[in-house]
Design a protein around this ligand. Structure first.
Ligand code: ZN
Length: 153
């Protein structure tokens, strides 16, 4: 089945402030192929949350090294380092805007792959930052979006 192209939504789109719901055991996950396609089509994109294509399900795609996108379904941070780093973050849904965000340097994440196999994996530094940013999207709380809305627009 061909993947349905789905555009990345931006700025005032209502999906961006919604809390996404868990992907149920029998739910279709073909929307993640649209996420991969959208991320691949976005120059310099390193990650995408499902709500960024207006799908209100808990799935993210990450590509921190710009090589191959990975899909994480129902990602949950199960533990993290004591140390945090502050660095600027941008967002495909708020182009042209960035802001400084404090993130855990190392996180352990439980998630499922597209075949719904469970995994537990450690992410560090930039990859950890990308995962944390995209999980913020699943909670309707992208920090770049928060900064944009706080800017009074
Ligand atoms: Zn974002």
């Amino acid at each position: 089945m061909p993947t349905l192209p789905m555009p990345i939504v931006t700025f005032n789109h209502p999906a961006l402030t919604q809390v996404c719901t868990a992907v149920g055991p029998d739910d279709a996950v073909d929307f993640t192929a649209s996420m991969v396609q959208a991320l691949n089509g976005a120059a310099g994109g390193v990650g995408l949350g499902a709500s960024q294509i207006a799908v209100l399900k808990r799935a993210i795609v990450i590509n921190p090294r710009g090589k191959k996108p990975r899909v994480l379904i129902n990602p949950v941070i199960t533990s993290h380092s004591d140390t945090q780093d502050t660095d600027p973050e941008g967002c495909l849904s708020y182009p042209g805007i960035d802001c400084e965000v404090k993130r855990w340097r190392v996180i352990e994440v439980a998630f499922e792959d597209v075949d719904r196999r469970p995994h537990r994996e450690t992410f560090k530094s930039f990859a950890a930052r990308v995962v944390q940013h995209e999980i913020d999207h699943l909670n309707g709380a992208c920090p770049v979006g928060v900064a944009w809305r706080d800017g009074g627009r």
